[in-house]
Design a protein around this ligand. Structure first.
Ligand code: NCD
Length: 313
């Protein structure tokens, strides 16, 4: 991996993605051993010893922030965090660049989320410590995609040859953008897109998918999604990012009735938080894996931190 993880392009091919998945599995296995064998300490418990990771979240976050913090704790590191996005000097007009030039003197890595597409890239360009993108604007969310693909790989045993339907706000949803970029490192992938009018996948991502060998199909109706698709990846409408009038989740809501048309192998995924697009009446269906997916954020983010700033074991 490059020194930073700002976009999927910082991951050097599928070999590097696979290495991270292997590392995530190994960390999990070591922790399970620690719980079952008395006086055994996980081989990764000191990987971030004496390391501090700054959490710069300029947008709300539950899963990404908590799973990063949990990852730092489990690896023996310490986190530096601001209490809320309004508690940093950016509200006094300080630039991202100056904020990062300051924080890099206090921390060994910076995890950053921001509402602007290129804020994290700008941060990385001035930082002397690794910068990890925890979600930037509508464009990138690479660590989410790594945990999404890790989850798919665990539950489907492979990524090559999978077909995935992405649903919802494909225009502003950074998780779907990074997801298709990560999937394009694999072979023979089919992606179906179903979005409310006006929120379709931007042309630049469709073009990039076709250049990289992903077969992308736009669905006009929910019923156009094949019943044997390997995963339905639903997303919420990003209401905070645009003037949203007249867009409703009903057309693409997944509920028990709609899910009944799909095969037993069709996983239901979602980066969360959900709004009306994912009915709670499917929560107990074994195909609904969104909380499992969220929990996989910990081993995957541990692997990313080990890779970027881990001490030699
Ligand atoms: C997503 C995000 O922040 O982009 N959440 C997450 O990180 N799991 C999805 C969203 O906000 O809709």
């Amino acid at each position: 991996m490059d020194r930073d993880l700002v976009t999927i392009a910082d991951i050097k091919g599928r070999e590097e993605a696979e290495k991270l998945f292997w590392l995530a599995d190994d960390i999990k296995a070591e922790e399970a051993k620690e719980q079952s064998i008395k006086r055994y300490t996980s081989g990764y418990a000191n990987t971030l010893r004496r390391k501090q990771v700054a959490m710069l979240f300029f947008e709300p976050s539950t899963r990404t922030r908590f799973s990063f913090e949990s990852s730092v704790n489990k690896l023996g590191g310490k986190k530096l965090a601001m209490s809320s996005s309004s508690s940093s000097s950016t509200v006094k007009g300080e630039s991202i660049e100056d904020t990062v030039r300051t924080i890099m003197g206090y921390a060994d890595a910076i995890v950053m989320r921001h509402s602007e597409d290129d804020a994290v890239r700008r941060a990385a360009s001035v930082s002397e410590v690794p910068v990890i993108n925890a979600g930037s604007g509508t464009a990138h969310h690479p660590t989410q995609s790594l945990l999404d693909v890790y989850t798919l790989r665990k539950l489907k045993d492979k990524i090559d040859g999978l077909s995935i339907a992405v649903l919802g706000d494909l225009k502003h949803g950074r998780t779907t953008h990074s997801l298709v970029e990560l999937l394009s490192l694999y072979e023979d992938i089919k992606v179906y897109g179903f979005a409310p009018k006006g929120l379709e996948m931007p042309e630049e991502y469709i073009d990039s998918m076709s250049r990289k060998g992903i077969k992308y199909t736009t669905c006009e109706n929910f019923e156009d999604i094949p019943r044997d698709v390997d995963a339905l990846y639903s997303t919420r409408i990003q209401r905070e990012r645009f003037e949203c009038t007249g867009v409703k989740e009903e057309d693409y809501r997944i509920d028990a009735k709609r899910l009944s048309r799909f095969s037993q192998g069709t996983l239901v995924m979602h980066p969360l938080p959900r709004n009306g697009e994912l009915s709670t009446d499917i929560d107990n269906d074994p195909r609904a894996v969104y909380f499992k997916q969220a929990h996989n954020g910990v081993p995957v983010r541990q692997a990313i931190l080990c890779n970027l700033i881990g001490n030699e074991r």
